[in-house]
Design a protein around this ligand. Structure first.
Ligand code: ADP
Ligand code: ASP
Ligand code: MG
Length: 438
């Protein structure tokens, strides 16, 4: 059994949905198909929630009406029979009706989560009706019946595995299984989600829970490219990545993968294949326990980073000092991405600055604190085991014209990270492509 996840663009229109239906049917195995919301839908649902938080019901109404019109067009185009159209309209009406039922009542975070869940509920409903109209026994595995997080926000693997196994056993005669990406329940049973882009994470959690043979992430590009194609020209796909390399790239900004999605696959040694819906025969990228490659493979960038320096001539690096610094971040539930130490100071970076003022205040007890905002972590990934010579020199010489605030090397065998100003991001990414890949 494989898990096949299709992203928003892949199911973004009636024509795309038909194309995906063809792809999921072609290997005949009883695979689990995970769908995102149709592209643009989650953004519209976020917008509706923003209007409702501000008490602007007409704004929410207008956005919802526009979305409903779009879905009416999809229904007209997708199905051949009136019967299928009527069934699809009935299923969509449940979602649109649910969103409308939240208008005019005090709006809460729980309401927002319910609204955000409708995109995946609608895309999977449309696909199920379509597959059934084509004579395919497509069984729905409702994500809200098995996908659950713990109080910590981590996935509840025991619950997910047992519920999913039971659902699968209940439907042994299915041709394929369909399920929603992104949505889940929290530890209190309320509707929740796995954060934006979370359908990739759903796919790998399902892969882990079912011990799948492979997890396929189908998207709008032919695999992980060696640099961010949104900012750099002439990028090219990377054929193979080690789990650790893919995890670093995803965590440090390669949007093609949700940051958390590699870990469940890595722990269970399940290969992940990144494939292009628009070009199904392209090789894409295979993520697995790849052998050492002896080269640099790709670059990614993570925006909106804040660097914090704590300088203290007196007690730095004395026993227990770093512990106190880390404890401060822990007390404010803020995780550290990069760090650099010297005899007189330590610099760390965070991507979540919601507790920054309080953190800085607490750190002042230990030394002089300075803060640099709007920074970017540039992450270079490949076979960077320390005995390999010349790679760190190549990275730094590519960045010779750019002010570098921090460097981190040796934390793993797969990564060199440098911190630069946000305004230097493009220049840095382009320079690295030119020096390392062209
Ligand atoms: P989906 O909706 O299918 O989940 P995403 O938009 O989340 O798709 O991810 C695919 C996009 O990721 C690509 O269109 C591309 O713009 C972006 N991207 C960023 N960095 C990379 C990279 N290194 N390789 C490939 N795509 C990348
Ligand atoms: N629909 C969600 C989003 O747009 C989840 C996903 O597409 O992965 O973020
Ligand atoms: Mg995505």
């Amino acid at each position: 059994m494989k898990v096949l996840k299709f992203g928003g663009t892949s199911v973004g229109s009636a024509a795309r949905m038909k194309h995906v239906a063809g792809l999921v049917r072609r290997d005949g195995d009883r695979n689990i198909v995970v769908l995102s919301a149709m592209s643009g839908t989650t953004n519209s649902l976020v917008e509706i929630s923003e209007y409702l938080y501000k008490g602007n019901v007409p704004g929410a109404q207008e956005t919802l009406n526009a979305l409903e019109t779009k879905y009416s067009g999809v229904v007209e185009e997708l199905y051949d029979t009136d019967e299928a159209r009527a069934e699809a309209r009935r299923r969509l009406a449940l979602s649109f009706g649910h969103v409308r039922s939240l208008f005019g009542v005090p709006f809460t975070e729980a309401g927002e989560k319910e609204i955000l869940a409708q995109g995946e509920l609608m895309s999977t409903a449309l696909m199920q009706v379509y597959l059934e109209s084509q004579g395919v026994r497509a069984v729905m595995l409702p994500a809200l019946d098995y996908m659950r997080t713990l109080d910590s926000g981590e996935p509840d693997m025991t619950h997910i595995t047992s519920r999913l196994q039971r659902l699968l056993q209940m439907h042994p005669d299915a041709d394929i299984y369909l399920t929603q990406g992104y949505i889940c329940r929290n530890s209190h049973g309320g509707i929740d989600n796995l954060k934006r882009g979370g359908s990739d994470y759903t796919a790998s959690l399902i892969g882990a829970a079912t011990d799948a043979g492979e997890i396929q992430i189908w998207t709008d590009i032919d695999g992980m490219h060696n640099n961010d194609p949104r900012y750099v020209e002439n990028t090219s796909p990377v054929g193979e990545l080690h789990f650790e390399e893919a995890a670093e790239l995803a965590y440090f900004g390669a949007k093609i993968l949700h940051p958390a999605c590699v870990l469940p696959a890595k722990l269970n040694n399940i290969p992940v294949r990144l494939l292009n819906t628009l070009q199904p025969e392209a090789a894409g990228t295979l993520i697995y326990n790849a052998p050492a490659s002896g080269r640099i493979k790709a670059v990614a960038a993570k925006d909106n980073i804040t660097a914090i320096k704590i300088k203290s001539g007196r007690m730095l690096l004395a026993y227990g000092f770093l512990h106190k610094i880390f404890e401060t971040f822990e007390n404010h539930r803020t995780s550290i991405d990069m760090m650099a130490t010297s005899e007189v100071g330590v610099s760390v970076t965070v991507d979540n600055d919601s507790r920054l003022a309080a953190i800085v205040d607490d750190l002042k007890e230990f030394g002089t604190v300075t803060v640099d905002r709007d920074m970017v972590i540039i992450c270079v990934v490949g076979d960077l085991e320390w005995h390999n010579r010349g790679f760190e020199t190549a990275v730094m010489s590519a960045l010779a014209d750019i002010p570098v605030r921090m460097v981190s090397y040796g934390g793993s065998d797969y990564n060199i990270s440098v911190l630069v100003r946000g305004c230097d991001k493009l220049k840095a990414l382009q320079a690295l492509s030119e020096h390392l890949f062209n």
